[in-house]
Design a binder for this molecule. Structure first.
Ligand code: SF4
Length: 62
């Protein structure tokens, strides 16, 4: 599975970067997926970050 952030939904709470710092970073006011880590969607921390993103901006896809 792949993980990405829909920037049109993200409002910059930075929670993803705190929950799963190996995969998410906080840049220019948005959560971003660190380069080379977008295949880590099966990581429990990534799943939790997606579930708890307050704007449902984290997208997990097959
Ligand atoms: S947790 Fe969601 S709203 Fe907050 S920075 Fe990450 S993607 Fe954006």
């Amino acid at each position: 599975m792949k993980v990405s952030v829909d920037r049109s939904l993200c409002y910059g709470s930075a929670e993803c970067a705190h929950r799963a710092p190996a995969v998410f970073a906080f840049e220019d006011g948005y959560g971003v997926v660190r380069p080379g880590t977008d295949e880590h969607a099966d990581d429990p921390q990534v799943r939790e970050a997606a579930e708890k993103c307050p704007s449902q901006a984290i997208v997990l896809t097959e």
